[in-house]
Design a protein around this ligand. Structure first.
Ligand code: ADP
Ligand code: MG
Length: 251
């Protein structure tokens, strides 16, 4: 099958007019967001503003009620698509790293490629070691998760998401569960991945990090992107009163 031609003029990921309600509680209300290749978009907003729901909709963990989500030009909300095949093109990392405690690091990382991509053990292990190298944990391949610090476990979860070279990485408050002294190593890794050209959507409360790595910051409020712009604009000189209020509360 020929590869899709890379169109740098079109967004890699395009969320358009997405609506998502739980019962009569509208969480995403006609929300639109474009992410271009090699860019980092940071989502900020109060707890409950819909950041996780948006990421979960993109990863097809939630169905949208309306709207379109295009990845590399393909509408991934089309119910005829195989959701697992779509998810293999997306690397999702959660706040709780969700590693399997009874599996060694290497087996946590190779599980999906062996199940979903039907890769051989040798192929899967070679790729797993390469991604563990990338997150600085090749030496821990044979360890069990509880032998690692929280920061190291989260880096393993990031390694697992990098397997299969996903088109886009979605990271949902990946440092929120960490002790403060472990946050830095994970944020440093994400900054390195940005330098390497990865496309990422990152929900975070780490404003210093957002300022440093975001190409665009989107402030979510009442189910919409209420304000968007460069970190200097949105964090340094917000136009909207809601954004100012949010930043006052969190900083
Ligand atoms: P954030 O990540 O910005 O804190 P969430 O996307 O987690 O926000 O939540 C947005 C709103 O959707 C919240 O009011 C939350 O309670 C609600 N919500 C999220 N998931 C569900 C669910 N599965 N069922 C019902 N309500 C939900
Ligand atoms: Mg959340």
């Amino acid at each position: 099958m020929p590869g899709r031609p890379l169109r740098l003029d079109r967004p890699l990921l395009s969320v358009r007019g997405v609506r998502k309600a739980f019962g009569d509680h509208v969480v995403l209300d006609d929300l639109s967001l474009d992410v271009h290749a090699h860019k980092v978009v940071v989502l900020i907003g109060a707890s409950g503003s819909g950041k996780s729901t948006l990421l979960r909709c993109i990863d097809l963990l939630e169905d949208v009620d309306d709207g379109v989500i295009e990845l590399e030009g393909q509408d991934i909300t089309d119910p005829r698509l195989d959701a697992n095949a779509v998810r293999a093109r997306i690397g999702m990392v959660f706040q709780a790293y969700n590693l399997f405690p009874h599996l060694r690091v290497i087996d946590n990382v190779t599980l999906a490629p062996r199940l979903v991509h039907k890769a051989s053990r040798a192929e899967a292990e070679a790729e797993a070691l390469a991604v563990l190298e990338r997150v600085g944990l090749a030496a821990k391949a044979q360890a069990f998760p509880d032998e690692l610090s929280g920061g190291q476990q989260q880096r393993v979860a990031i390694a697992r998401a990098l397997v299969g070279k996903p088109a886009v990485m979605l990271l949902d408050e990946v440092t929120s569960a960490l002790d403060p002294e472990l946050v830095g190593e994970v944020l440093t890794l994400l900054a390195e991945l940005k330098q390497a050209g990865l496309t990422m959507v990152i929900a975070t409360h780490e404003m210093g990090f957002a300022r440093e790595v975001a190409d665009e910051v989107c402030f979510l409020h009442e189910g919409r992107v209420h304000e968007r712009g460069t970190p200097a604009q949105v964090l340094g000189n917000p136009r909207e009163e809601r954004t100012r209020e949010f930043l006052r509360r969190i900083t």
